[in-house]
Design a protein around this ligand. Structure first.
Ligand code: 13P
Ligand code: SF4
Length: 316
């Protein structure tokens, strides 16, 4: 039996019609598939997406990203219906920090300020004093009085980078992103030898040895701005390969080379399997059926909102 599957343009058209009819907004992260980025009302990094989610007056937010991002949108704008095309779209960093074990660590250091990277669950945010993203982490750390000690979770790579940048000692949670830990230093160095004209740019979730090779380190939006403004014409990009779609659109004349992964795979790059769980078809179905929806307990939302609000105030 032949099962009819609508093509990309048909699905995009159907999504467009539904979006208008239901007064929905589609927010997408740079790591989403190109056909999802094309249909989105807004594509951004995690901070920009959180800001858009907080401000939107749409009745429905379809969040084409991962679970913690959709949860953050719900916490920031609880009266909206927040949909995530695939509820299984998680995050290895968020998974590396279970609330009970994290709560035990926090209890051992009651006087420490708890700073958490936005890539964590609502339960972890509820245990935090302030949240940060890769684009404002340095500012957030610098906002904490010098005499205060800090716990930073869950990303140890971003944590180590921040210790170096700010000179602040921090107690680090032992979490990491599987995508940004997949880059091979040996292959990266070999690739750079073949392309000495290229500048290496990296996301701070990458390991220290990768960051040491980079001319620029920043969030997904930071990297996009850097390639646009740099006089250089060639870049080796050490982050999830989905960003290359938007980057190449911004700088069509420049050469963008994905940083190589340790394991040989079809794209010779690093892709986030969680981000890629969202497909255009799932996005269409979720908007049509208004499920899967992100639902959180009132009390949890209230507790998680405080540290996110503190971050937002610092990032006006
Ligand atoms: P950005 O905040 O830079 O978009 O990072 C999100 C993310 O999940 C990186 O892995
Ligand atoms: Fe999480 Fe890494 Fe995927 Fe970002 S790229 S969503 S940090 S697993």
């Amino acid at each position: 039996m032949n099962v009819f599957k609508p093509n990309t343009a048909e699905l995009q058209e159907k999504i467009n019609m539904l979006r208008k009819k239901k007064n929905a907004v589609i927010l997408a992260h740079y790591y989403q598939e190109p056909e999802i980025q094309q249909i989105a009302d807004f594509v951004g990094d995690s901070l920009e997406l959180a800001k858009k989610a907080a401000q939107t007056e749409a009745d429905i937010i379809v969040f084409a990203g991962v679970h913690f991002m959709a949860e953050t949108a719900k916490i920031l704008n609880p009266s909206r219906k927040v949909l995530l095309p695939d509820l299984q779209a998680g995050c290895s960093l968020a998974d590396s920090c279970p609330p009970d074990t994290f709560g035990e660590l926090k209890a051992k250091y009651p006087d420490h300020v708890v700073v958490t990277y936005i890539n964590c669950s609502a339960e972890i945010k509820a245990l935090s004093d302030i949240v940060c993203t890769s684009s404002n982490a340095e500012k957030v750390i610098n906002s904490i009085p010098k005499e205060k000690e800090i716990i930073f979770a869950p990303d140890k790579n971003l944590g180590k980078y921040l210790i170096e940048k700010t000179g602040r000692e921090m107690l680090l949670w032992d979490g990491a992103c599987i995508v940004h830990e997949a880059f091979s230093l040996d292959k990266l160095i070999a690739l750079h030898k073949e392309n000495p004209q290229a500048e290496i740019i990296a996301h701070p979730e990458s390991e220290t040895h990768i960051l040491k090779t980079a001319s620029y380190i920043g969030s997904t939006s930071g990297m996009l701005n850097y390639v646009k403004e740099s006089p250089k014409n060639s870049f080796i990009v050490a982050t999830e390969a989905g960003i290359l779609y938007e980057m190449q659109k911004d700088v069509p004349q420049k050469e963008l080379i994905p940083a190589p992964a340790k394991e040989d795979n079809s794209c010779a790059c690093s892709e986030c399997a969680f981000m890629k769980m969202n497909t255009l078809e799932k996005l269409y179905k979720c908007l049509k059926n208004e499920t899967p929806e992100i639902l959180l307990e009132e009390d949890l939302m209230e507790k998680a909102h405080k540290p996110i609000k503190r971050m937002m105030e610092l990032s006006q």
